[in-house]
Design a protein around this ligand. Structure first.
Ligand SMILES: Cc1cc2nc3c(=O)[nH]c(=O)nc-3n(C[C@H](O)[C@H](O)[C@H](O)COP(=O)(O)O)c2cc1C
Length: 182
């Protein structure tokens, strides 16, 4: 059985992040040959092009983890109608130096949850623009714009009954998307 490992990038460093919870909970909907691991982006330095030829260990680790994955899952918050800076910083790091873009060709899905009614829609559109430039084939449909509210998760931190059917539908499109491109 071919196995697929998915590098999960969470666009929030907040301890009780809704997006981190979602990134953990959604893995229960995937088939057994899919495994998910969240990559650390909170310890990356601010990207500085001067460092391209002597990258720090956290950056090297990020690039190794992206290279080793067969697919990507971005689960992001929306900050001021865009992608949080910590996520953009991580994307920039792994895209460089020029000619060594670790993201290229990795099939990706995007999810996001926010307290706002449009559920990270604007941040996700910005992220799609960035990923297109980085040659990342990104699942188009279904879009998943989730609002943080009661019922999203159950008491144990799993997906709630109100969100599970929709997210299962999302996963059922993400899985063949990864298989097709991996
Ligand atoms: C700097 C900042 C900017 C924010 N901007 C938005 C925004 O543009 N749209 C939105 O829906 N929520 C916005 N929020 C609220 C977030 O949806 C909320 O903080 C959410 O909990 C962040 O996701 P997390 O729980 O995964 O950290 C903002 C929050 C912060 C701290």
């Amino acid at each position: 059985m071919t196995r697929f490992s998915i590098a999960v990038v969470v666009g929030s460093l907040r301890r009780d992040s809704w997006n981190r919870k979602l990134a953990s909970a959604i893995t229960e909907l995937a088939p057994p040959e899919f495994s998910f691991s969240q990559v650390e982006i909170g310890d990356l330095p601010l990207y500085n092009q001067d460092d391209d030829n002597h990258i720090s260990e956290p950056v090297a680790r990020l690039k190794r983890e992206i290279h080793a994955a067969q697919g990507l899952l971005f689960v992001t918050a929306e900050y001021n109608r865009s992608v949080p800076g910590v996520l953009k910083n991580a994307i920039d790091h792994a895209s460089r130096p020029y000619g060594a873009n670790a993201w290229a060709g990795k099939p990706a899905g995007i999810l996001g949850v926010s307290i706002g009614a449009i559920g990270t829609a604007v941040a996700q559109q910005h992220l799609r623009t960035v990923l297109a430039y980085l040659d990342v084939p990104t699942l188009g449909q279904p879009e998943a714009y989730l609002q943080a509210k009661d019922g999203l998760f159950d008491a144990g931190g799993g997906l709630g009954t109100s969100s599970k059917p929709f997210l299962q539908g999302w996963m059922d499109r993400f899985v063949p998307w990864v298989r097709m491109h991996a």
